[in-house]
Design a protein around this ligand. Sequence first.
Ligand code: CTP
Length: 242
Amino acid sequence: NGLEPRAVKDTTSASEDIQRQPFVIGVAGGAASGKTTVCDMIIQQLHDQRVVLINLDSFYHNLTEEELARVHEYNFDHPDAFDTEHLLSCMEKLRQGQAVDIPKYDFKTYRSSVFRRVNPTDVIILEGILLFHDPRVRKLMNMKIFVCTDADVRLARRIKRDTVENGRDIGTVLDQYSKFVKPAFDDFILPTKKYADIIIPRGGDNHVAIDLIVQHICTKLGQHDLCKIYPNLYVIHSTFQI
Ligand code: CTP
């Protein structure tokens, strides 16, 4: 499913391996904009690389009992809802070649109780609504992608996800949207679009954009031969600045 690093034949020497830093891709954008689909498509096409996907949702603060009792007043779309220090420390360890335990966030219990082990890898894809908010997190990324999807499409997807998958009632979902989600998108998420290297309209439906991105990643990794998609695009690469 792309969550765990995949093993590939290692043709590098031990010293090369120690020095190699992971290529870090950040994928940001509004909630339910299709970030996960974009990441999954990139992972699928990077079939011969070791890739790991890390979701910003994993770094939501656990709610206190008091916050849980008034959960409908909690703003999950504010930058303070995330434990950015924890994300930074996990990334630092991965860059130093150490394995880390990343929390798994549960949208139903509002808590992370289990962890998954993530090993150092060639490509790390970070995904989340506010990934470009903190300059220290932005600095970690070799490539920043912002997924742009119309607000009505995002809202429709969100209603479906929160009612069908998370068992919430529609009134609560719409209240949360107007009170927190929409204002936070305007105040915190949309202003970070300017930091993106690439803006993808229509999210996961945009196959051309995904193909171009994968080509660029392969070029950066020096693994041209591993990219089997549109080999003729290499000609364009010399002038295609991202
Ligand atoms: N959220 C929530 N309840 C929680 C925690 C988060 O409703 N306990 C909501 C926040 O309000 C925020 C959203 O989850 O708006 C962030 O999730 P996001 O990662 O954007 O969702 P995805 O479905 O992964 O987005 P995409 O479709 O772009 O992949």
